[in-house]
Write a protein that binds this ligand. Sequence first.
Ligand code: C2E
Ligand code: CA
Ligand code: CA
Ligand code: CA
Length: 278
Amino acid sequence: QDAGEPESVAFYSQDMNLGMQSRMRLETGLRHALSGQQLLLHYQPKYELISGRMIGAEALVRWRHPDLGMIPPAEFIPLAESTGLVVQIGEWVLNAACAQAQAWKKAGLPPIRLAVNVSAREFTPALPARVAATLARYDLEPAWLELEITESTLMHNIERVIGIMDRITELGVALSLDDFGTGYSSLSYLKRFPIDTLKIDRSFTTGIPIDANDCAIASTIISIAQQLQHKVIAEGVETAEQLAFLKSSGCDEVQGYLLSRPLPSEDFERILRKNWDL
Ligand code: C2E
Ligand code: CA
Ligand code: CA
Ligand code: CA
C-alpha cells in the first residue's frame, strides 16, 4: 500500500470525522425536517419599478430546527444538493408554495407570481409534469407560479434542458435565470432559452453606484435583457442609490432589504392586501 496512507488515516480520524459526523447529523436532521414539518417558507416581495407595485415574491425555504433554531438555506441546501435530498426538498417547496397560493386565491387576492427556486438536480424531464400536477392539485392558474433556475442548470445538456424549459413555458409558468452573470453561460445560448426574466446577482447590485465595474455589468445585463426581450430584475437592493441607478438604467423589477426582507406568510399577506387596497 501507499506509504502515505497511515498519515492520511490519522488525518481523517482527527479532523474529517468531526466534519463528517456533523455533516451526517445535519443530513439525518434534514430527513426528519422534511417529514416532521420543520421546513417553512418565507416570501420576499418583488416590486415593479415603473408602477411601484409589488408584482410577485420569491419563496425561500427555512429550517426551524427544534434545538438549533432557524438554520439558513446557505447551510443546508449545498448539503442537500450533494446528497440528492434537494429533490425532495424541492417537491416540498413547490407544494407548500402552491398550497399557500391557493389559500390566498381562496381569500380573494388577485394572482401574484410566486417564484420557487429549482435546483439543477430537480431539472429533469419529470419536472414539467410535476409542476402541472401541482398546479392542478391546488386549482391554480399558471400565472401564480414562476421557477427560478441558475446558470449551472443550463450548462449540462443544452438540448435536453431546452426541451424541459419549453414544456414548462407551454404550461404558462414563467422561468427566470437566477444569479445571472456569476456562471459561465454563453451569450449565444442565451437567446435559445425560453426565459422570461434575467435576475442580476446581488454581487453586482452591491457595488452600485460606487464600483464602476459593477455599474457597467448591471447596465450591460439590463441591455442584454432588453435586446433579447426578457424582463430584468435586480436582487439584493439595499440602498436608495442602488434603486435610483437601476431605475434610471431601465431595470424592470427590484428585490432587496431596502424594500422588504423575506417575510413569514402572515406578514407577507398584509403587504399583499395593502398592495391591492383590500
Ligand atoms: P438566492 O436564490 O439568490 O436568494 C436570494 C437570497 O438573498 C436569499 O437568501 C435572500 O434572503 C437574500 N437577500 C434578499 N435581499 C437581500 C439584500 O438586500 N441583501 C442581502 N444581503 N441579502 C438579500 P436566503 O433565503 O438565505 O437563501 C440563500 C440561497 O439558498 C438562495 O439564494 C438559494 O440559492 C437557496 N435557496 C433558498 N430557498 C431555496 C429553495 O427553496 N430551493 C433551493 N433549491 N434553493 C433555495
Ligand atoms: Ca433565487
Ligand atoms: Ca438569486
Ligand atoms: Ca444570489
